[in-house]
Design a protein around this ligand. Sequence first.
Ligand SMILES: C[S@@+](CC[C@H](N)C(=O)[O-])C[C@H]1O[C@@H](n2cnc3c(N)ncnc32)[C@H](O)[C@@H]1O
Length: 257
Amino acid sequence: MRDAAPVSTPPRVLPPNDPRQYDDLAGEWWRTDGAFAMLHWLARARAALVPPASRPGALLVDLGCGAGLLAPHLVGKGYRHVGLDLTRSALAQAAAHGVTVVNSDATAVPLADGCADVVSAGELLEHVPDWRRAVAEACRLLRPGGLLVLDTLNDTALARLVAVEIGERLPTVPRGIHDPRLFVDARELIAECAMHGVELRLRGIRPELRGTLGWLLRRMRGGSARRPVGTEAGREPRIVPTRSTAVLYQGRGLRGG
Ligand SMILES: C[S@@+](CC[C@H](N)C(=O)[O-])C[C@H]1O[C@@H](n2cnc3c(N)ncnc32)[C@H](O)[C@@H]1O
């Protein structure tokens, strides 16, 4: 009798922005050439906005922390890094990278008012149906003088074109991970933060072009496919400022006293 041909299970197709996609992609988080590669570049750029802690025991709350990609970039800055996320499989990896994890929705955070010196919301708001509620929570967690840092996608036709129509066809962004109806209007975000006592300043950001093209070519040739995590840093495309906030933007703001 012949052996039956192995049956491969096709990847399940989930609706756009369905959080179960993060479970299906759990093996990708820490691959610097994997489906979440760009999150590594963005984590480096976000961490650059965070100054060293100003007091012992300072707390940084990382909303939607995923697998904790921010953690290596905070080393030496003196924060206790608490990460909150909906996805348990991601939190298990964050915990393995030294993050104290909380399994919760960013719109209802089980932490005290004013507990955080820094709140980070990296690539989170564009995934949350009620992003205003998540912003309110981020601001609530900040102590007076505390710092909010975030990055997200703008609610523009250009962002839909670049991040979804083009981006999700490239190996840097998983297909179906975004629902463009949730993208966050930059002016509305500033207004929402102001309502909660945080004066947010924005700047447009993008991956540098040459480095990204080089990365894509290496990736297509399979050049770095088996490179262990951490050896790519020098070759990783940098995130650079750009004049327009129409696609991807970073925000930074202090909570008033
Ligand atoms: C694009 S990933 C970004 C992860 C991480 N901030 C980073 O930059 O590497 C979005 C993360 O947000 C989480 N997420 C989505 N909606 C959420 C919600 N309502 N509350 C908490 N986490 C959420 C997902 O599980 C996922 O880990």
